[in-house]
Write a protein of this length. Structure first.
Length: 748
């Protein structure tokens, strides 16, 4: 049941609905509301005694609100009970309707509109009559942009400025010029006359960007609509004269600005144009605000009137909209198929059946006060495209402190301390930036191979974003102990702990935490030469680099080690020839999920020695011994103690014996005799640990070929590392040659 009463407060009808508005009673509700738009511009509905609202009732409210809006008025809902509000919120309509606590507050708002300068009004200028219909109850603050890097189309709203399309990580400077944005569409007119104007209509405005030098933006909703009621056509100068006569009714403060968006229905050249409305001293104001580039764009038009803006020239003449909604109109006309060109507004343009939407600001604010604030230290380089990606990933934050953790070969990782918009500290996260393919792989493989298996893994992907060929990924990085947990790289413990502490730690990591990966191998066909070719991942120019740095040509089949007199297979010849020849050679072996780049910067631990993994871009099933070989390469080659020629000679003599043969089931008897005994005891012991784990994971299969090829995948590329010394690069060549000898003997 429902009862509906209508009363009038200050000549405004107030409908009081008591009971339920459902599919049965909605017809009675509709009968009361239907004639209301013909009786006035405003209606208040009091829901304080209504405990149910059906979808049929919501439809009636939407239709009624649209009717009032078309007449320059509005529908106000007040006193909503929680159960009714929840229905609107669920449909996302709580932000569409004008909601107030009670009829009194709704009436106060109507009084403000009636008494403000933004109310409906008419004026004349010469032979032309203008009618203004308000569409919004609020005047937003205009936003000033100065050198803000890349801004998303969704941030710019309706704007005019100088800049260029952001489509690569580096701005194309000669493409700079005037741009306008509206309804997710942007037009660009370069300063360079040799470059043609462009327009962009991105599928997702938040993912497309503009390099902004200087700009003014005016929010998402126009304050009102202006129609010329006494003429079919007028010139741009006549329109500006008429608007000048009406502008004082809409602006009051010294920093108030107005921008107009015009639909011109001229059959010969229909267009949509956006320009700043001329006010006294506009050019001087813009200059004083630091917008000298925009000020310089203002040109003198007919009769000395100023024009600052651009227009989209359309192919087809649009239909005159019956709905005053600007966004829906622009979505229908600003399409790739319909935009013919972008150009400056001609001062002699003749406008036909013009409709104008007016954006009126209430003052001016700097966009830097509204955007996510990103702070970095002096050592962290954070380019505009990285800032753009970070802003899209951290929409829940108001401020970030970013510190680079370490620079990888193909990615950068950052520690992020973030705060919400009220200044509260959020949970710690890690930001990783790399090429698009790597970030996409990492996100996918973290979900596929890490989270289902690794119990203590904290690296949960919270989001990924892409710009051009660059991608960014946000990791949750909270330890089990909460936000105060201090996570440290395994490298820290490797460097500071003694061997007797490290061995049980490595047992925990590999025999407990990572046991779901390595403890469940599947025997199947593998292609070891194809799977472990370092040129197919990060090092395509490996042989060329070796030729330049070590003067070793891949054309020569053998190399000689001067310190030992050994003749070894040239590993670069082996890579160029044998890896190609045997690429499709397969063998039955043990495969498991492997990290793919398990260095000690990708394993972290908290104070309680809980283990966390990161960087999963290369994670996938492969030969199960792969990750153990990766760490052996770090222990015995990356961290080889060689600070002078004497130590280099001693180490090469040791390593040549150590790798004279290799079998997972037989430990080498060679011992290091140099000056770094304690350090090398640690490295050798941990290497033997890796081989022990590998031997267990392959059910005691001693075949060295898969392990040697996995070692080659990570020892060969050391010649490409910018951080490696020349001695270590040469060592990588020698160890790789030793491994090639082992592989050759075993295969023969």
């Amino acid at each position: 049941m429902i009862s509906i009463a209508v009363k009038y407060e200050e000549l405004v009808p107030v409908v009081v609905a008591t009971g339920r508005i459902d599919s049965i009673t909605s017809a009675e509700f509709d009968q009361v509301l239907r004639p209301m738009p013909d009786q006035g511009k405003y209606l208040i509905i009091d829901f304080s005694k209504c405990n149910y609202l059906s979808s049929a009732g919501i439809r009636i409210l939407l239709v009624s609100a649209k009717q009032f809006k078309s007449k320059g008025g509005a529908l106000y809902l007040c006193g909503l009970l929680p159960e009714v509000y929840q229905v609107l919120e669920m449909a996302g309509l709580h932000q569409v309707f004008n909601l107030f606590e009670n009829p009194e507050t709704a009436l106060d708002q109507i009084d403000k509109i009636r008494n403000s300068s933004g109310g409906s009004r008419e004026w004349t200028d010469g032979q032309f009559s203008f009618q203004y219909l308000p569409l919004s109850n609020q005047k937003p603050v205009a936003t000033l942009w100065k050198n803000q890097g890349i801004a998303g189309y969704n941030e710019m709203d309706y704007s005019l400025g100088t800049g260029s399309p952001a489509e690569t990580s580096d701005e194309v400077e000669n493409a700079r010029g005037l741009f306008i944005t509206c309804a997710g569409c942007a037009g660009f007119i370069p300063d360079d006359p040799a470059l043609a104007p462009e327009f962009r209509i991105p599928h997702n405005p938040a993912h497309a960007g503009v390099y902004v030098r200087q700009a003014l933006s005016f929010g998402q909703h126009p304050a009102g609509q202006v129609r010329i009621t006494s003429a079919h056509s007028l010139t741009a100068a006549e329109l500006l004269n008429g608007l000048n006569a009406g502008i004082p009714h809409f602006t009051s403060g010294p920093n108030d600005l107005s921008v107009a968006l015009i639909a011109d229905f001229n059959a010969s050249s229909p267009s949509v144009m956006l320009f700043l409305l001329p006010v006294k001293g506009l050019k001087e104001k813009l200059t004083s605000w630091g917008l000298s580039e925009i000020a310089a764009l203002i040109t003198k038009g007919a009769e000395g009137k100023t024009l600052s803006g651009a227009r989209f020239v359309l192919d087809e003449q649009p239909l005159v909209p019956s709905d005053p909604s600007l966004e829906s109109f622009l979505k229908s006309v600003l399409t790739i198929e319909n935009i013919r060109n972008v150009e400056m507004i001609p001062s002699d343009a003749v406008l036909v059946d013009t409709i104008l939407w007016l954006f009126v600001s209430d003052g001016l604010t700097d966009v830097a006060d509204k955007r996510l604030r990103i702070e970095t230290d002096s050592d962290t380089v954070f380019e505009p495209h990285k800032v753009f990606l970070t802003r899209r990933l951290y929409t829940d934050s108001g401020r970030l402190i970013i510190k680079q953790i370490h620079g990888g070969y193909s990615a950068q990782t950052y520690q992020v301390t973030s705060f919400d918009h009220q200044g509260r500290k959020l949970r710690p996260t890690v930001l990783k930036i790399a090429n698009r393919a790597m970030i996409a792989r990492e996100s996918e493989r973290c979900q596929q191979f890490a989270l289902p298996y690794i119990l203590n893994n904290s690296a949960m992907v919270l989001g990924t974003e892409f710009f051009g060929e660059t991608g960014a990924l946000r990791y949750n990085f909270v330890g089990i102990g909460g936000g105060q947990t201090q996570l440290k790289w395994l490298t820290h413990y490797y460097k500071t702990w003694s061997l007797d502490l490290l061995e049980p730690l490595f047992d925990k990591i590999f025999l407990q935490i990572l046991q779901p990966w390595y403890g469940q191998p599947i025997r199947e066909s593998i292609y070891p030469y194809r799977d472990h070719d370092p040129r197919s991942t990060f090092f395509p120019a490996l042989c060329e680099t070796a030729t330049d740095l070590l003067l070793v040509s891949p054309k020569d089949q053998y190399i000689k080690v001067k310190e030992t007199g050994q003749k070894l297979i040239n590993p670069y010849w082996f890579l160029q020839n044998e890896f190609i020849r045997l690429r499709e050679w397969k063998m039955e072996y043990y495969a498991g999920i492997c990290h793919g780049d398990l260095n000690m910067q990708n394993i972290l631990l908290d104070e309680d020695m809980n283990v966390y993994l990161i960087d999963f871009s290369e994670t996938k099933p492969r030969s199960v011994i792969s990750d153990f070989a990766r760490l052996e390469a770090i222990f015995l080659v990356d961290n080889a103690p060689m600070k002078n020629e004497q130590e280099e000679r001693e180490y090469i003599q040791f390593i040549s014996g150590f790798y004279s043969e290799l079998s997972l089931g037989k430990l080498p008897a060679w011992h290091y005799q140099g000056n770094h005994q304690i350090e090398m005891d640690k490295n050798i012991s941990l290497t033997l640990k890796m081989r022990e784990y590998a031997f267990q994971s392959v059910s005691a299969d001693p075949n060295p070929v898969p392990y040697c090829l996995a070692l080659l995948e990570w020892i060969l590329p050391i010649v490409c590392y910018s951080s490696a010394s020349l001695a270590h690069k040469r060592l990588s060549m020698i160890v790789s040659g030793l491994l090639c000898n082992v592989i050759g003997r075993d295969r023969s």
